[in-house]
Structures are given as C-alpha cells and as structure tokens.
Design a protein around this ligand. Sequence first.
Ligand SMILES: [Zn+2]
Length: 239
Amino acid sequence: MSCVHEQLKASLDRWLEVHWHIHQIEKNYHYPDGVRYSFNSLIRSAKEIPDIISMELQNRADYKNSIKPYIARLKEDPLFSLLSTRRDYLVHRGMLEVNSSGSIGTTEGKKRPKISASFPIQPWESSDEAYQRFLVACKKDKALRSLLGPDCDSWPILRRKWCIPEFPDKDFLEVAIQTWQTLGDTLSSIISQLGGEVLDTTLSCQHDPYYIRNKEYSQEEFFRLVDGINVETGEPIKQ
Ligand SMILES: [Zn+2]
C-alpha cells in the first residue's frame, strides 16, 4: 500500500497553495487590489479541499465510516462554512463587502505606537493614499498636527485592519491562517486515521503581524511637507 501522504497528494498540494496565499496577503496587506485578489484566491483554494479529499479517498472501504465524518466536521466549522458558501468577498473594485479600518499616530519604535487615533481608511484606498490624506489634514489643522504628528523623537505610523463583516474581531490574516490551520487539522486527523504522520500546522514562517499591519513613514518627510521644517536643523525650508 502506498504512503498515506501519497494517497492525499492533491489535497496536500492544495493545502500548500493555501499557505502560499497567506504570504501573498501579508505582502499585499496595504494595497486593496492585491489584498482582495490574494484573499479571494485563498478562499477559492481552501474551499476545494473537502471535495479533493473525497475524490482521493472515496474508493477506500473505510471511507464512509472513518474519513467522511472528518470532512463533514470541516464543513460545519463556522468560519470554513461561511467562507466556502460565499462566492466572492470582494466582488468589484469600489464595491468591497469588507470592512477596512485604521489608525494613525506616532511611534518611537519598540513595536508599539506611542500615540494613535482612529483614522478612516477606505476599502478602495491604499494605505499610502490614506497617509497622504492625513498629511493634508495635518497641514490644515494645527491641533490635529500637534496631537498626532511626530516630534523630534518619533515618526508616523499607520495601522490598518481588513475584516469580513461576519467576523469583525479577526482580520484577513487571522482568518486566512485559521482557515489554513482548520484544513491542516482535518488533513492531519485523516492522515493519522490512515496511520500516517500528522502535519505541522504551527506556521513558523509567518511574518510578524506587527510589521504586516503597521506601516511606518518618514519623520523627515512629515516635517518637510507639513511644517515646512528641516528636521535635522530645525530651520524652515526655503520655498
Ligand atoms: Zn510560509
């Protein structure tokens, strides 16, 4: 009899594809087109997996009693069933059925904002575009500038969050990772049922969520564009 993993070759390959899409979401987190393409691709790959498992194993004598219940349980998982019944989350540009939110403030490093306040970031807007709006707003509004703009020890930071409305507490990346893990657990249960070695679902290659969701901007640029000051010398910049 062939190795258990060999019997689930196509399912495991699709599971790897879901993993690959997690990294695409990470890379594209601040760009609306990129993030919706990657998130939709992840869902499309993920929702095919139960059928692929069935196709690969349905001819086994123990399929109905030992394997099918795991597939049934996967389909009942609240997040997985929601994702697999929706056709597309982000259908057309500008008609996104997702929540995009954000905050802007300053940081002195150490992986945390020093001060920040919520700042609306539209779902069709890149984080850079939202930041440009923030610069314009600070230029017009001195109170806003002094509250949320940097001083000589800090620099601007923008934090972004993408959510699907049904799961407002989890951002895209958490949804993506959880989906991959749920699938991994199902595959592991089946593999172990068939006598094989379980899968590693720790995702140790995950990038630091702090750096994914946050984007830091230049202190020098802020002082130059908003205050008209050279931050190095403290002198006004001659126009
Ligand atoms: Zn990885």
